[in-house]
Each structure stands twice: as structure tokens, then as C-alpha cells.
Write a protein that binds this ligand. Structure first.
Ligand code: DC
Length: 232
């Protein structure tokens, strides 16, 4: 059998609710296939960080458009951990975009049409050469509607809250689980009800509910689907 790396290169989209492990799965899947992994949420988070740092009034479209002109985003591999990390105007901002401050604002920022156009354009350019796994909310529906494999991830609410709590409390022991529960509920609501490209399952997406799966079990499932499409 031919090595999988030398076979047809496809686009794999991974969409779904907040904190259901999309990035973890998508990153591992990309690694197994020798594909590029792009966390599109990191782009919305980095834009939000820029707005917060520069006191951009997100209710004022003129300010938003002006601010977007000053934002340059890129992904670069961090040689110490092998991860594809986000850079904002020449600075690696990976460690600044995961806290509650950004989390509380990001859904509002991601609902702005001009912000989405800015991010989607770059996402489509990154995907031009295929061989990519991209995770987000609208990747299978709006960014790559013709992707060969679309995965829609979900998990029980409480499972997601506990996972997120564990992730954040490792870094910030004073964080309360209630704060996380309400932030997740709020983001789910905003992401799925916004006007522009709301979160929804693409009709041709396969559903991966990982509430009761180990990371390896979910990876094997996704890898099986990917291999089928690659060998088509
Ligand atoms: O995946 P994440 O939690 O890092 O995403 C952060 C926010 O960005 C999330 O609340 C919704 C938004 N987002 C989006 O609207 N579209 C995407 N493709 C990715 C993320």
C-alpha cells in the first residue's frame, strides 16, 4: 500500500461546540496524516486580544474596520512543542488568547461580519494547497463548503464544562466552575444564533460525539474516515 502521505491530499473540516475537544482531535489527526493543522478559533481570539489591548470599540464599525487594517495574523510551528501557533503582528500570542478575558469577548467579536470576512479570506488562502485539517464553527459550512471530509464534533454539556474547568484551573486555580459553565452556555448560544455563518452541522458532515470516547478512540474513528476519503 502506498504511504498515506504520498496519496491524494484533502481538506478536513472539524466544527462543533466550544470545548468538545476539536483542536486536540484535529491536531492529532493532522499529525497522523502529515497535514497542516489550523485552529481558526485562535484567529478570532487573536483579533479579540488586539481589540482589547487597543480599546477598540466593537460597537463602532468604523473603528473595527480601521483596527483590522492593523492586524497581521500568521501561524508558525513552535519547534519546542511542534504546535502550529498563532502570531499577531510579529508576536506569538498563544499564551494570551486562552484566558477568560478573551473568552468573554470573542463570540461577540466573531459575530461581526467584517471580522469574519477578514478571517475567512485568510483561512481559504491557507487551505489552497489542501493537506489541511481546520477546526472552528463554520469551516464545513462557509470556509470550505466543498471539503472532502467534514466532521461535526459534540459532547454532553457537563462533560465539556468539566474538561474546560480542568484545562483552565491548571493555569488559574482560583477559577470557578460556574464561571466556565455560564461562559460556555453564552458562547454556544451566541455562536449558533448569530446572523453571519452561525454554528451548524453541514448536511454532509459526519457526527463525532466524544462524550464517552478516549482521545485515542476518537482519533481512530476520524482517521478511518479520512483514510476512506483519501483512498477514494
Ligand atoms: O474554538 P474556540 O473556542 O477557540 O473559538 C473561539 C471563538 O471564536 C468561539 O466562541 C467562536 C468563534 N469562532 C468562530 O466563530 N468561527 C470559527 N471558525 C472559529 C471560532
Amino acid at each position: 500500500m502506498r504511504q498515506i502521505e504520498s496519496m491524494k491530499r484533502i481538506i478536513i473540516t472539524v466544527d462543533g461546540w466550544s470545548s468538545c475537544g476539536k483542536s486536540t482531535m484535529a491536531r492529532q489527526l493532522a499529525k497522523q496524516l502529515n497535514y497542516i493543522f489550523i485552529d481558526s478559533g485562535a484567529m478570532y481570539r487573536a483579533i479579540t486580544l488586539y481589540f482589547l489591548r487597543n480599546n477598540t470599540d466593537i460597537k463602532d464599525l468604523t473603528s473595527v474596520i480601521a483596527a483590522l487594517k492593523n492586524i497581521q495574523l500568521s501561524f508558525q510551528i513552535n519547534s519546542s512543542n511542534g504546535n502550529n501557533e498563532i502570531w499577531l503582528n510579529g508576536e506569538n500570542v498563544e499564551q494570551f488568547i486562552r484566558g477568560m478575558e478573551v473568552a468573554e469577548k470573542v463570540s461577540e467579536v466573531a459575530a461581526i461580519k467584517q471580522v469574519r470576512e477578514f478571517a475567512v479570506k485568510q483561512q481559504q488562502m491557507i487551505g489552497e494547497k489542501k493537506g489541511i485539517v481546520m477546526d472552528g464553527r463554520d469551516i464545513g459550512t462557509a470556509v470550505f463548503p466543498n471539503a472532502e471530509l467534514k466532521i461535526f464534533m459534540t459532547a454532553d454539556n457537563e462533560v465539556r464544562v468539566l474538561r474546560r474547568f480542568k484545562e483552565l484551573s491548571d493555569k488559574n486555580p482560583s477559577i470557578h466552575i460556574e464561571e466556565i459553565r455560564s461562559n460556555l452556555a453564552q458562547r454556544d448560544h451566541m455562536d449558533s444564533t448569530r446572523e453571519v455563518s452561525p454554528l451548524r452541522k453541514a448536511e454532509d458532515a459526519v457526527v463525532l460525539d466524544n462524550s464517552h470516547l478516549t482521545p485515542d478512540e476518537q482519533l481512530q474513528l476520524a482517521l478511518g474516515w479520512a483514510r476512506e476519503k483519501i483512498q477514494d
